[in-house]
Design a binder for this molecule. Sequence first.
Ligand SMILES: Cc1cc2nc3c(=O)[nH]c(=O)nc-3n(C[C@H](O)[C@H](O)[C@H](O)COP(=O)(O)OP(=O)(O)OC[C@H]3O[C@@H](n4cnc5c(N)ncnc54)[C@H](O)[C@@H]3O)c2cc1C
Length: 383
Amino acid sequence: MARIIIAGSGFGGLTAAMKLKKHLDLSRHQITVIDQNAQFVYRPSLVLVAFGKATPESITFNLPEVYQQSGIQFIQASISSIDGDKKIVETSQGPVNYDKLIVALGEKLAYEEIPGLKEYGYNVCTMKSALSLKQALSQYQGGPVVVGWAQNVQTGGPAFEVALELSHYITHHHLTGTIQFIDPLPKLWAPAGPKASEFLAKVFATHHIKRQGPVQVRAVQKDRVILSNGEELPSVLTIITPPFRGEPAQQTLVANNARGWLDTEKDMQSIHYSDIYVVGSAVAFEGPKQGHTAMLQAEVAAYNIAQDLESATPKHREYDHEMSCVLDLGDGQGLFVRQSLWSKEHQVVRVGREWPLAKKALAFAFVRTPVFKKWALSIPQPK
Ligand SMILES: Cc1cc2nc3c(=O)[nH]c(=O)nc-3n(C[C@H](O)[C@H](O)[C@H](O)COP(=O)(O)OP(=O)(O)OC[C@H]3O[C@@H](n4cnc5c(N)ncnc54)[C@H](O)[C@@H]3O)c2cc1C
């Protein structure tokens, strides 16, 4: 019998657990998931929570219940470190041994890298921060706003949606406000390709959202954002995604990566520890970190672990890096992008009213139905 531990139960960890359950006979192997939180938060809908269009309850579900129904053990505990040589995960509930480990700990929001960001900045990265922004919006009476993301962030989409939602909010509430958008990339939404980048730039122009980029953030103060080029942008409401770093709990497994991410091959197996696989934001891949990519990587890792355990001659599958997302443009329209990042396989850009509806349907299916949890179906992607 093999004991498989999954550290973290976000998009990557949950998908890995459910896919492993499909591949393995649970009377012969044990799957245990460890997460500090008992609630799964469907993060793509946090923008809606901040703007009062969804409730926290409508975008969360209870993890212990889901795992219990699936024959998977769940431990609610905080992980402090992982010993890859002794194969032990140290947790607030005591040490846990593993034969195979999947690290799916997501990212740490490194507020400390930008003075003032924690005190004066808002974001939509967690339920707590989305609710704080909701509160701040209720007090916003107009004036200059700065929206965007800081250096070393690898998830840009939410900031675009915030900027567009805010533009509608200002119009709807008859406020006078300006929105400046900041990001460090050479072009607006560069990873999505030129077509999506140009389309979004036009949408921003229509909404009078002025992009200041590429720029980095040096500091945030109560009434301004100070950029690395010395420029100061006045701001009465600052909404900036903080820099990402690897979770401190995985630091013991990091070799040379300056930002604390874990190196893997394309089969998601750690370069340094053959019994460890890594999925989701924890992985050291360049480019966007998404729920979508976390789920694709989790499928690959689960398949390969099953091969390692069940086959005399394991054949590993490989992950092909891509981004895929729908930007809700806030006026009933949506922009869908699916872009291969290592190959040229998928380069899809579509605009239409069906995309925000598809996004809502996916959120509902994920949170409220057994489609992804119990049945472990993969999310269908337009070609
Ligand atoms: C507002 C917003 C909108 C987004 N929209 C989209 C979208 O439309 N499409 C898309 O594909 N992606 C989207 N993303 C990105 C997506 O949410 C992330 O890329 C995804 O959550 C990463 O998955 P993960 O499993 O790697 O990490 P996470 O989902 O962050 O999960 C990590 C888990 O590990 C647990 N954990 C961390 N540290 C510890 C510890 N020390 N001990 C115990 N447990 C721990 C956490 O509690 C968490 O449950 C969005 C993100 C945000 C913030």
